[in-house]
Design a protein around this ligand. Structure first.
Ligand SMILES: NC(=O)c1ccc[n+]([C@@H]2O[C@H](COP(=O)([O-])OP(=O)(O)OC[C@H]3O[C@@H](n4cnc5c(N)ncnc54)[C@H](OP(=O)(O)O)[C@@H]3O)[C@@H](O)[C@H]2O)c1
Length: 280
């Protein structure tokens, strides 16, 4: 597959997006709809999905889905095939963060975040991929699975330990699956945004009770979805929407003590900005 990258036509392409009610998922839906894709919009807030569908011409399918529930994921995929007959790209985007230290994150919080970010990726894949593998080729591909991971997949970040672990899990699954399914012409792409302006930070603050300082780099949601759309048209293994971010973290992997030193400075900023969380 690596040697014969083809362009896929977005017009009438069927794309299922989890977490389409806000942020990256919503912006991706808006961009794909403009180019004629047929969308399945899923998230828990169905009212938001209906409003988005109206805005996009009311030609898409909305499915209320809590990706932490396996039966919801199965139903999402069944309804997608029933409505459109195939899935060209499954975007596993739904997810959230939690700003808390590793040892203070509760056992239940770990299970909850893995249920949404990891099993909320795995369960749609389990339901969709066996059927996608039976589809005819369209523009050279049977289909594509796209997982929205993060830059933190490569290196755990202080006070984002549980979240980082979920994003690393997605990254590993993408690596393995991409090679397993290459001969079947099913592409697998992982996406690795850095800090992006969406509702993510507010949700993570709400769950963890801490305020994390803005990192040295940031990006807007358009930058992320532009790169995602390109990778849907021309499937590639990985998307790093912020130029240079992959190399920053590659250096961190080669020199872990240096990475710890830099992240220690970040830890100190977090502690300074959240004195209430670090008293006593
Ligand atoms: N923003 C960043 O800085 C950043 C950086 C790297 C990676 N990412 C990743 O990008 C993805 C999208 O995040 P975002 O920045 O767009 O955040 P966001 O604005 O908070 O949007 C999160 C989306 O996920 C959905 N969601 C959350 N839990 C869900 C559940 N249990 N079932 C179904 N849907 C659920 C939400 O919909 P409902 O609440 O309506 O269900 C919402 O549509 C996440 O996987 C995140 O880890 C974000």
């Amino acid at each position: 597959m690596d040697n014969d990258i083809m362009s896929r036509n977005l017009n009438d392409m069927v794309v299922v997006i989890t977490g389409a009610s806000a942020g990256i998922g919503k912006a991706l839906a808006e961009k794909l709809a403009k180019q004629g894709a047929k969308l399945v919009l899923s998230a828990r807030r169905l009212d938001r999905l209906h409003a988005l569908n109206q805005q996009l011409g009311a030609r898409h399918l909305c499915v209320a889905t809590d990706v932490s529930k396996r039966e919801d994921c199965t139903r999402l995929i069944e309804e997608s095939f029933r409505a459109f007959g195939r899935i060209d790209t499954l975007v596993c985007n739904a997810g959230y963060g939690l700003y808390k230290s590793v040892h203070e994150t509760s056992a239940q919080e770990y299970r909850d975040i893995f249920n949404t970010n990891v099993f909320g990726t795995v369960d749609p894949i389990l339901a969709a991929v066996p059927r996608m593998l039976k589809q005819d080729l369209r523009d050279g591909y049977r289909g594509q699975v796209m997982m929205v991971s993060s830059i933190v997949a490569l290196h755990g970040v202080p006070y984002l330990g549980a979240y980082s672990a979920t994003k690393a899990a997605q990254f590993s699954l993408a690596h393995a699956m991409r090679v397993e399914l290459g001969p079947e012409k099913l592409a697998v792409t992982s996406v690795h945004p850095i800090q992006t302006k969406t509702d993510f930070g507010a949700a993570a603050r709400g769950k963890g009770g801490m305020q994390l300082p803005r990192g040295p780099f940031g990006q807007n949601v358009e930058q992320v979805v532009n790169r995602m759309v390109s990778a849907i048209v021309r499937p590639c293994p990985e998307v790093w929407p912020h130029q240079g971010s992959k190399w920053l973290y590659a250096i961190g992997s080669l020199f872990p003590a240096f990475a710890d030193h830099l992240l220690g400075k970040y830890r100190d900023r977090v502690r300074a900005e959240n004195p209430h969380s670090f008293q006593g």
